[in-house]
Write a protein that binds this ligand. Structure first.
Ligand code: SIN
Length: 313
Protein backbone atom coordinates (compact mmCIF):
# COMPACT_ATOMS: atom_id res chain seq x y z
CA UNK A 1 0.00 0.00 0.00
CA UNK A 2 1.48 3.33 -1.07
CA UNK A 3 0.38 6.22 1.13
CA UNK A 4 0.46 9.72 -0.38
CA UNK A 5 -1.54 11.38 2.38
CA UNK A 6 -0.09 14.40 4.11
CA UNK A 7 -0.87 16.94 6.80
CA UNK A 8 -0.89 20.68 6.22
CA UNK A 9 -1.15 22.82 9.36
CA UNK A 10 -2.04 19.57 11.16
CA UNK A 11 -5.03 18.97 8.87
CA UNK A 12 -5.06 15.62 7.12
CA UNK A 13 -5.25 15.56 3.33
CA UNK A 14 -6.03 12.15 1.79
CA UNK A 15 -3.47 12.88 -0.90
CA UNK A 16 -0.81 15.54 -1.28
CA UNK A 17 -2.30 16.84 -4.57
CA UNK A 18 -4.91 19.61 -4.77
CA UNK A 19 -5.88 22.69 -6.75
CA UNK A 20 -4.14 26.03 -6.49
CA UNK A 21 -5.99 29.30 -6.03
CA UNK A 22 -6.77 30.90 -9.37
CA UNK A 23 -7.91 28.59 -12.13
CA UNK A 24 -11.61 27.68 -12.38
CA UNK A 25 -12.45 28.30 -8.71
CA UNK A 26 -14.53 31.49 -8.76
CA UNK A 27 -18.12 30.23 -8.72
CA UNK A 28 -19.86 27.63 -6.57
CA UNK A 29 -20.38 25.49 -9.69
CA UNK A 30 -16.63 25.53 -10.39
CA UNK A 31 -15.83 24.76 -6.75
CA UNK A 32 -18.20 21.79 -6.85
CA UNK A 33 -16.28 20.42 -9.83
CA UNK A 34 -13.14 20.58 -7.68
CA UNK A 35 -14.98 19.06 -4.71
CA UNK A 36 -16.06 16.07 -6.84
CA UNK A 37 -12.60 15.63 -8.40
CA UNK A 38 -9.55 13.90 -6.96
CA UNK A 39 -8.28 17.20 -5.53
CA UNK A 40 -7.68 16.49 -1.84
CA UNK A 41 -8.80 19.96 -0.78
CA UNK A 42 -10.98 22.69 -2.24
CA UNK A 43 -9.03 25.90 -2.72
CA UNK A 44 -11.25 28.87 -3.50
CA UNK A 45 -10.39 31.87 -5.68
CA UNK A 46 -8.34 34.63 -4.02
CA UNK A 47 -10.91 37.04 -2.69
CA UNK A 48 -11.05 40.75 -2.15
CA UNK A 49 -13.37 42.89 -0.02
CA UNK A 50 -15.65 43.80 -2.92
CA UNK A 51 -16.49 41.69 -5.95
CA UNK A 52 -14.20 42.37 -8.93
CA UNK A 53 -14.67 41.86 -12.64
CA UNK A 54 -10.92 41.65 -13.10
CA UNK A 55 -8.89 42.93 -16.04
CA UNK A 56 -10.09 43.45 -19.62
CA UNK A 57 -10.19 40.40 -21.92
CA UNK A 58 -8.39 38.63 -23.45
CA UNK A 59 -6.59 38.04 -20.17
CA UNK A 60 -5.60 34.35 -20.35
CA UNK A 61 -3.90 32.33 -23.07
CA UNK A 62 -2.76 28.73 -23.28
CA UNK A 63 0.80 28.41 -24.54
CA UNK A 64 2.77 25.45 -25.83
CA UNK A 65 4.29 24.73 -22.41
CA UNK A 66 1.99 26.59 -20.04
CA UNK A 67 0.00 29.79 -19.84
CA UNK A 68 0.02 33.55 -19.49
CA UNK A 69 -2.63 35.36 -17.48
CA UNK A 70 -3.51 38.74 -16.18
CA UNK A 71 -6.88 37.92 -14.68
CA UNK A 72 -6.72 40.74 -12.14
CA UNK A 73 -8.38 38.80 -9.34
CA UNK A 74 -11.90 38.47 -10.72
CA UNK A 75 -13.89 37.18 -7.74
CA UNK A 76 -17.27 37.45 -6.07
CA UNK A 77 -16.02 39.20 -2.92
CA UNK A 78 -15.16 37.52 0.38
CA UNK A 79 -18.76 37.25 1.60
CA UNK A 80 -19.59 34.91 -1.29
CA UNK A 81 -16.70 32.61 -0.34
CA UNK A 82 -17.87 32.51 3.27
CA UNK A 83 -21.27 31.42 1.99
CA UNK A 84 -19.70 28.86 -0.36
CA UNK A 85 -17.55 27.44 2.43
CA UNK A 86 -20.68 26.65 4.45
CA UNK A 87 -22.39 24.96 1.51
CA UNK A 88 -19.27 23.01 0.52
CA UNK A 89 -18.59 21.82 4.06
CA UNK A 90 -22.14 20.47 4.36
CA UNK A 91 -22.03 18.69 1.01
CA UNK A 92 -18.40 17.53 1.08
CA UNK A 93 -17.54 17.28 4.81
CA UNK A 94 -14.41 15.23 4.21
CA UNK A 95 -12.69 17.78 1.96
CA UNK A 96 -10.69 20.49 3.71
CA UNK A 97 -11.49 23.97 2.41
CA UNK A 98 -8.77 26.52 1.72
CA UNK A 99 -9.76 30.18 1.52
CA UNK A 100 -7.38 32.41 -0.40
CA UNK A 101 -7.24 36.06 0.65
CA UNK A 102 -5.91 38.83 -1.52
CA UNK A 103 -7.19 42.08 -0.02
CA UNK A 104 -6.11 45.21 -1.86
CA UNK A 105 -5.15 47.11 1.31
CA UNK A 106 -3.98 46.21 4.80
CA UNK A 107 -7.35 47.21 6.19
CA UNK A 108 -9.21 45.02 3.69
CA UNK A 109 -7.04 42.05 4.61
CA UNK A 110 -7.77 42.54 8.31
CA UNK A 111 -11.52 42.65 7.67
CA UNK A 112 -11.42 39.52 5.48
CA UNK A 113 -9.18 37.49 7.80
CA UNK A 114 -11.46 38.33 10.75
CA UNK A 115 -14.57 37.42 8.80
CA UNK A 116 -13.22 33.94 8.02
CA UNK A 117 -12.71 33.16 11.73
CA UNK A 118 -16.26 31.93 12.21
CA UNK A 119 -16.56 29.83 9.09
CA UNK A 120 -15.95 26.16 8.27
CA UNK A 121 -12.84 27.09 6.29
CA UNK A 122 -9.99 24.83 7.44
CA UNK A 123 -6.94 26.68 6.16
CA UNK A 124 -6.27 30.20 4.94
CA UNK A 125 -3.75 30.98 2.23
CA UNK A 126 -2.80 34.63 2.08
CA UNK A 127 -1.93 35.70 -1.47
CA UNK A 128 0.30 38.78 -1.64
CA UNK A 129 2.06 37.37 -4.71
CA UNK A 130 -0.26 38.19 -7.60
CA UNK A 131 1.40 40.19 -10.38
CA UNK A 132 -1.89 41.16 -12.00
CA UNK A 133 -3.45 43.95 -9.99
CA UNK A 134 -3.02 46.95 -12.25
CA UNK A 135 -1.30 49.86 -10.51
CA UNK A 136 -0.13 47.75 -7.55
CA UNK A 137 3.30 46.17 -7.11
CA UNK A 138 3.75 42.53 -6.10
CA UNK A 139 3.60 42.80 -2.30
CA UNK A 140 5.67 39.66 -1.80
CA UNK A 141 8.66 41.47 -3.31
CA UNK A 142 8.63 44.14 -0.58
CA UNK A 143 9.73 42.66 2.78
CA UNK A 144 8.59 45.74 4.74
CA UNK A 145 5.14 45.71 3.22
CA UNK A 146 4.87 41.97 3.80
CA UNK A 147 5.95 42.49 7.41
CA UNK A 148 3.23 45.09 8.01
CA UNK A 149 0.60 42.84 6.46
CA UNK A 150 1.59 39.70 8.37
CA UNK A 151 1.73 41.67 11.59
CA UNK A 152 -1.80 42.94 11.04
CA UNK A 153 -3.45 39.69 9.93
CA UNK A 154 -1.66 37.56 12.54
CA UNK A 155 -3.29 39.67 15.25
CA UNK A 156 -6.83 38.94 14.06
CA UNK A 157 -6.90 35.45 12.56
CA UNK A 158 -7.86 32.35 14.51
CA UNK A 159 -7.35 30.01 11.56
CA UNK A 160 -4.11 28.31 10.62
CA UNK A 161 -2.70 30.29 7.74
CA UNK A 162 0.08 30.30 5.16
CA UNK A 163 1.38 32.63 2.48
CA UNK A 164 1.52 32.08 -1.28
CA UNK A 165 4.69 33.72 -2.49
CA UNK A 166 5.88 35.04 -5.83
CA UNK A 167 9.03 33.34 -7.17
CA UNK A 168 12.38 34.69 -5.99
CA UNK A 169 15.52 34.54 -8.07
CA UNK A 170 18.27 35.91 -5.87
CA UNK A 171 19.42 34.04 -2.77
CA UNK A 172 19.50 37.22 -0.71
CA UNK A 173 15.75 37.67 -1.23
CA UNK A 174 14.97 34.25 0.20
CA UNK A 175 16.72 35.21 3.43
CA UNK A 176 14.94 38.57 3.64
CA UNK A 177 11.50 37.07 3.10
CA UNK A 178 12.16 34.07 5.37
CA UNK A 179 13.23 36.44 8.15
CA UNK A 180 9.92 38.29 7.89
CA UNK A 181 7.85 35.10 7.77
CA UNK A 182 9.61 33.58 10.80
CA UNK A 183 8.36 36.44 12.99
CA UNK A 184 4.73 35.39 12.58
CA UNK A 185 2.68 32.24 13.18
CA UNK A 186 2.76 31.38 9.48
CA UNK A 187 2.24 27.62 9.20
CA UNK A 188 3.16 27.12 5.55
CA UNK A 189 4.27 28.90 2.41
CA UNK A 190 3.18 28.05 -1.11
CA UNK A 191 5.85 28.39 -3.79
CA UNK A 192 5.26 29.81 -6.36
CA UNK A 193 2.73 32.18 -7.83
CA UNK A 194 3.19 32.83 -11.54
CA UNK A 195 6.38 34.49 -12.80
CA UNK A 196 5.15 38.04 -13.06
CA UNK A 197 5.11 40.35 -16.03
CA UNK A 198 6.18 38.04 -18.83
CA UNK A 199 5.37 39.05 -22.39
CA UNK A 200 4.18 36.60 -25.03
CA UNK A 201 4.07 37.93 -28.60
CA UNK A 202 2.27 36.59 -31.63
CA UNK A 203 4.72 37.34 -34.45
CA UNK A 204 2.04 36.99 -37.16
CA UNK A 205 -0.34 39.58 -35.71
CA UNK A 206 2.57 41.51 -34.14
CA UNK A 207 0.42 41.76 -31.00
CA UNK A 208 0.70 40.40 -27.46
CA UNK A 209 -1.50 37.45 -26.47
CA UNK A 210 -3.31 39.25 -23.67
CA UNK A 211 -4.67 42.79 -23.33
CA UNK A 212 -3.97 44.06 -19.77
CA UNK A 213 -0.74 45.90 -18.99
CA UNK A 214 0.25 46.07 -22.66
CA UNK A 215 0.45 42.28 -22.76
CA UNK A 216 2.38 41.66 -19.52
CA UNK A 217 1.14 38.80 -17.41
CA UNK A 218 1.99 35.95 -15.05
CA UNK A 219 3.62 32.95 -16.70
CA UNK A 220 2.54 29.52 -15.47
CA UNK A 221 2.93 25.87 -16.40
CA UNK A 222 6.03 24.01 -17.51
CA UNK A 223 7.97 27.23 -18.17
CA UNK A 224 8.18 27.88 -14.42
CA UNK A 225 8.76 24.42 -12.99
CA UNK A 226 12.47 24.86 -12.41
CA UNK A 227 12.07 28.26 -10.73
CA UNK A 228 9.34 26.75 -8.55
CA UNK A 229 11.49 23.75 -7.60
CA UNK A 230 14.34 26.08 -6.63
CA UNK A 231 12.03 28.13 -4.41
CA UNK A 232 10.69 24.99 -2.73
CA UNK A 233 14.20 23.66 -2.15
CA UNK A 234 15.73 26.86 -0.78
CA UNK A 235 12.82 27.69 1.53
CA UNK A 236 12.61 24.06 2.71
CA UNK A 237 16.30 24.20 3.63
CA UNK A 238 15.75 27.47 5.51
CA UNK A 239 12.60 26.42 7.37
CA UNK A 240 13.55 22.77 7.97
CA UNK A 241 9.91 21.65 8.29
CA UNK A 242 9.07 24.23 11.00
CA UNK A 243 7.15 26.10 8.34
CA UNK A 244 5.84 23.70 5.71
CA UNK A 245 6.36 24.33 2.02
CA UNK A 246 3.73 23.56 -0.63
CA UNK A 247 4.94 23.40 -4.23
CA UNK A 248 3.14 24.68 -7.32
CA UNK A 249 4.35 25.45 -10.83
CA UNK A 250 4.31 23.22 -13.87
CA UNK A 251 3.00 20.01 -12.30
CA UNK A 252 1.44 17.86 -15.02
CA UNK A 253 2.60 14.39 -13.98
CA UNK A 254 3.32 12.22 -10.96
CA UNK A 255 7.04 12.55 -11.62
CA UNK A 256 6.69 16.36 -11.48
CA UNK A 257 5.01 15.97 -8.08
CA UNK A 258 7.73 13.54 -6.98
CA UNK A 259 10.43 16.11 -7.79
CA UNK A 260 8.68 18.79 -5.74
CA UNK A 261 8.42 16.47 -2.74
CA UNK A 262 12.05 15.46 -3.14
CA UNK A 263 12.88 19.19 -3.01
CA UNK A 264 11.00 19.44 0.32
CA UNK A 265 7.31 20.03 -0.46
CA UNK A 266 4.67 18.62 1.93
CA UNK A 267 1.99 18.93 -0.76
CA UNK A 268 1.64 20.13 -4.32
CA UNK A 269 -0.97 22.27 -6.02
CA UNK A 270 -2.02 22.22 -9.66
CA UNK A 271 -2.99 25.31 -11.64
CA UNK A 272 -2.41 25.59 -15.38
CA UNK A 273 -2.59 21.81 -15.92
CA UNK A 274 -6.04 21.77 -14.26
CA UNK A 275 -7.25 24.40 -16.71
CA UNK A 276 -5.74 22.63 -19.69
CA UNK A 277 -6.43 18.99 -18.85
CA UNK A 278 -9.58 19.26 -16.70
CA UNK A 279 -10.38 17.85 -13.24
CA UNK A 280 -9.06 14.36 -14.13
CA UNK A 281 -5.55 15.77 -13.69
CA UNK A 282 -5.64 15.35 -9.90
CA UNK A 283 -6.22 11.58 -9.99
CA UNK A 284 -3.76 11.17 -12.86
CA UNK A 285 -0.97 12.92 -10.92
CA UNK A 286 -1.81 10.95 -7.76
CA UNK A 287 -1.78 7.57 -9.55
CA UNK A 288 1.45 8.37 -11.41
CA UNK A 289 3.07 9.52 -8.17
CA UNK A 290 2.13 6.24 -6.49
CA UNK A 291 3.44 4.26 -9.47
CA UNK A 292 6.76 6.09 -9.41
CA UNK A 293 7.07 5.65 -5.63
CA UNK A 294 6.44 1.92 -6.06
CA UNK A 295 9.19 1.80 -8.68
CA UNK A 296 11.58 3.51 -6.26
CA UNK A 297 10.54 1.35 -3.30
CA UNK A 298 9.00 4.23 -1.34
CA UNK A 299 5.87 3.63 0.74
CA UNK A 300 5.14 7.10 2.08
CA UNK A 301 6.10 10.71 1.30
CA UNK A 302 8.46 11.04 4.26
CA UNK A 303 10.60 8.24 2.77
CA UNK A 304 11.95 10.77 0.27
CA UNK A 305 10.60 14.22 1.16
CA UNK A 306 13.41 16.79 1.24
CA UNK A 307 15.99 14.11 0.52
CA UNK A 308 17.32 15.46 -2.77
CA UNK A 309 20.80 13.99 -3.19
CA UNK A 310 23.87 15.99 -4.15
CA UNK A 311 26.46 15.34 -6.81
CA UNK A 312 29.21 15.25 -4.17
CA UNK A 313 30.97 11.92 -3.78
C1 SIN B 1 -5.31 36.68 -10.98
O1 SIN B 1 -6.52 36.64 -10.68
O2 SIN B 1 -4.82 37.68 -11.49
C2 SIN B 1 -4.46 35.49 -10.72
C3 SIN B 1 -4.28 35.25 -9.27
C4 SIN B 1 -2.86 35.40 -8.83
O3 SIN B 1 -2.01 35.81 -9.60
O4 SIN B 1 -2.61 35.12 -7.67
Amino acid sequence: MIDISTKITGIKLDTCVFNTAGPADVTLEELEVIAKSGSSAITMKSCTLEPRNGNPEPRYADLEYGSINSMGLPNLGYKAYIKFSKILKKKYPKKPIVASISGLTLEDNVVIFKAFNDTPVDIIEFNPGSPNTIGKPIVGYDPQDLDRLLDAVSKVTKKPYGVKLPPYFDLVHYEQIANVIKRYPVKFITCVNSIGNGLVINPYTEKPFIKPKGGLGGIGGKYIKFAALANVKVFSDIFKGKIQVIGVGGIYSGIDAFEFILAGAFAVQIGTAFLQKGPGIFKKVQEELKDFMALKGYKKLSDFRGKLKTLDK
